[in-house]
Write a protein that binds this ligand. Structure first.
Ligand code: PMP
Length: 322
């Protein structure tokens, strides 16, 4: 109960997806997520001793140990434990936990598009709490906006930054489409440096679609041709209305659809060039499993995989325990 993180929000975390396919389970952009976790910890002087490689292999082992073969969400968290009430968080011990659980879609009823509003709350800013850090305490800002939006009948909120420019959703980055080009707010608009955002920018260049990272005025949300959110949890999610103004024809836009289709191909492992973004969990493919004796996670640890699990406070949560 006296954990520093609980009282002061002194933790940093990640949200990662693993996709189950017939031959294996693949974690999407695991390294990039763990790099961002390290960066978040550094910003707040949290002494995360584990290397990115350690964090990655621990995650793989954890999913294998839990024998998870479903769509999975992985929540690594670095947080400050019991260390008195001194706000100097460096005096409290640092704990690391990784919790994987079964996860399908973020929005209920498998929503195919969202009704959104511009929040009355402004996005936190670099002058107080740097949005680039994915820190626990920062999420009070997101929660306030989300509750307000839901109470007013909207699916999601869009926050403006302290200068009144469009920033992001409560757990998503935002893109608009105007005249066939993608536009998304820059890092300086108080956004989290989203990994899905980066994926979309990379895929857009592959599709020869121009992307501008520039400030977006609120009214551009009302007059754009298409809009969508990006994020690990929501993936590519069309925005159908903003403040009750219909976007385009009120359905997923054509370019949004193309981006989403390409993204889905990439996460499904159907685009060779981007297969390095997918980390396989199980050592053996399903084909091998049929012909060779089983190797359990226990034995795979003995078979040369570094037993990094011991260094972590691992949460061996099975989906049924949630
Ligand atoms: N902004 C915020 C505030 C978020 O919480 C998230 C989810 N991590 C995102 C953007 C999207 O980031 P990513 O694509 O890395 O999940």
């Amino acid at each position: 109960m006296l954990s520093h993180a609980l009282h002061y929000g002194t933790g940093v975390f990640e949200g990662i997806r693993a996709y189950a396919r017939s031959d294996n389970v693949y974690i999407f952009r695991l390294k990039e997520h763990m790099e961002r976790l390290k960066d978040s910890a550094k910003i707040y002087f949290m002494d995360l001793k584990n290397s990115v490689d350690d964090l990655c292999s621990a995650t793989v082992e954890l999913i294998a140990k839990n024998e998870m073969r479903c769509q999975t969400y992985i929540r690594p968290i670095v947080f400050k434990g019991f260390g008195g009430i001194d706000l100097n968080l460096t005096k409290a011990p640092t704990h690391v936990a990784i919790c994987p659980f079964k996860f399908e879609s973020y929005f209920e009823n498998q929503k195919s598009g969202l009704d959104t509003c511009v929040s009355s709350w402004r996005r936190i800013s670099d002058v107080s709490t740097p949005p680039m850090a994915k820190a626990c305490g920062h999420y009070l800002n997101c929660a306030a906006a989300k509750v307000e939006a839901n109470l007013n009948g909207y699916d999601e909120a869009i926050l403006l930054d302290s200068n009144g420019f469009v920033s992001e959703g409560t757990g998503e980055n935002i893109f608009i489409v105007k005249d066939g080009k993608l536009v998304t707010p820059p890092l300086s608009a108080s956004i989290l440096n989203g990994i899905t955002r980066d994926t979309v920018i990379t895929l857009a260049s592959e599709m020869c679609v121009q992307v501008a990272e520039r400030n977006i005025a609120r009214a551009e949300l009302y007059t754009c041709d298409e809009a969508f959110f990006t994020g690990t949890a929501v993936e590519i999610m069309p925005i159908l209305t903003v403040d009750r103004r219909q976007i385009g024809d009120g359905k997923m836009g054509v370019l949004t659809g193309r981006v989403k289709t390409f993204y889905n191909k990439v996460i499904a492992g159907n685009v060779e060039k981007y297969n390095s973004w997918l980390t396989p969990v199980y050592v053996r493919s399903v084909k091998q499993a049929r012909t060779e004796p089983a190797i359990t996670a226990e034995t795979s640890l003995k078979h040369g995989v570094d037993p990094v699990l011991e260094k972590f406070e691992m949460s061996f949560w099975h989906e049924t325990h949630l």
